[in-house]
Write a protein that binds this ligand. Structure first.
Ligand code: ACO
Length: 344
């Protein structure tokens, strides 16, 4: 069997906040942010918009694309939604703490009444983990055929807007892909779909990136007064060093395990956390900058959403040819890391 991506979609909030906008309220500058991260702007969701709202919009656009591109026989989003067996949603910013799962909210509003729904919480590696999890759950079952994989975030809700080291990095958005299980290629035919993935973690570095308050380790107590809302706390330098090593080794290992060379890969889509992280990893491996797709200048770090947003941009721009080998690679809090090799 093969697991193929048959459609993509994305949702990005219309409100665009530039570096200059941030510099009006914070001791920072467009020059510092661009030179240290490659970020020029980020999109921020309205107060009434939660992660599931962005996820739902990305999902609906994905289904519409599948219908309009003739990838499915169903003619309406409603009918197509009913054929989905599984929704896997990577997010760090669930609508509600613990329960219900954000994927369940999306499942209900999308009308995907035959789908199981699972959230995956591995910070920015969420889409990479979700893709592999969905593929595994499709392959293991004779019944499941279609899965919707979504990365969705409203990181602006977990951002300390007074912390100039972290707040300049994050943005909101969602991206999605529709997966379909198809017949394995016959002898002599080319391979298709998700070829392999690497998923990894190093929990010994969990303190480098965390949201300290609100969980079972440090719950809020009734009557307690807090100065600040819970937010992402980060040792930027430690995460940077981990990220460069994780990206470098994941690219090397994916190529080695598949028995291919860099020349076989059409495009690498990295998690968009910091352009310098990607450039440093590329330099170590002798990969030219053009091989990596970067859109961080416009969206900043949208965590689980960054890779599917990039996939959708490239797909809709007609940048992928059938048979192209695409690599995703990323890292996140946890600490986690991983990558996927996909034949388009
Ligand atoms: N504007 C101006 N100056 C700043 C800013 C800012 N926004 N932020 C930090 N500085 C200052 C610091 O105060 C420091 O000043 P000092 O030398 O006077 O003390 C100086 O700039 C250098 O600070 P560093 O922290 O050493 O800067 P660095 O080059 O390491 O860049 C950064 C910081 C961008 C955070 C980098 O370390 C990084 O990208 N780390 C990885 C972050 C990441 O990818 N996180 C993933 C989180 S996603 C997730 O999983 C949810």
């Amino acid at each position: 069997m093969a697991i193929e991506i048959i459609a993509t979609g994305r949702a990005v909030p219309p409100k665009r906040v530039t570096n200059d906008d941030l510099a009006e309220k914070l001791d920072t500058s467009d020059e510092w942010i661009r030179s240290h991260t490659g970020i020029g702007a980020r999109h921020i969701a309205d107060e009434t918009v939660a992660s599931s709202d962005l996820a739902l919009e990305a999902a609906q656009k994905t289904l519409l694309w599948a219908i309009e591109s003739g990838s499915v026989q169903e003619k309406t989003i409603t009918r197509l939604a009913e054929t989905i067996d599984l929704i896997i949603l990577g997010t760090t910013t669930q609508d509600y703490y613990g329960c219900p799962a954000t994927s369940c909210i999306v499942q209900g509003k999308l009308g995907a009444k035959n789908a199981a729904a699972i959230d995956i919480s591995v910070a920015c590696s969420g889409f990479i983990y979700s893709l592999e999890t969905a593929a595994g759950l499709l392959l293991i079952s004779p019944i499941r055929k279609r899965a919707l994989v979504i990365g969705a975030e409203t990181l602006s809700r977990l951002t300390d807007w007074d912390d100039r080291q972290s707040c300049v990095l994050f943005g909101d958005g969602a991206g999605a892909v529709l997966l379909e299980k198809t017949q394995a290629p016959l002898k002599g035919q080319k391979k298709r779909g998700l070829l392999r993935s690497i998923l990894g973690a190093d929990g010994s570095g969990s303190e480098h990136l965390m949201i300290r308050r609100g969980g079972s380790r440090a719950p809020f107590k009734s009557g307690e007064t807090v100065d600040k809302a819970p937010s992402i706390e980060m040792d930027g330098r430690a995460v940077y060093n981990f990220a460069v090593n994780a990206i470098t080794s994941t690219i090397e290992n994916l190529l080695k395990e598949e028995g291919i060379g860099l020349k076989d890969v059409a495009r690498i889509i990295p998690h968009q956390a910091n352009a310098r992280i990607v450039q440093a990893a590329g330099k170590r491996l002798g990969i030219p900058d053009e091989k990596f797709y970067l859109n961080i200048e416009e969206y900043a770090n949208t965590s689980c959403a960054s890779i599917p947003i990039a996939l959708d941009e490239l797909n809709r721009a007609g940048e992928f040819k059938k048979g192209d080998l695409i690599m995703t690679v990323g890292f996140g809090g946890g600490l986690t890391f991983g990558g996927n090799l996909i034949i388009w």
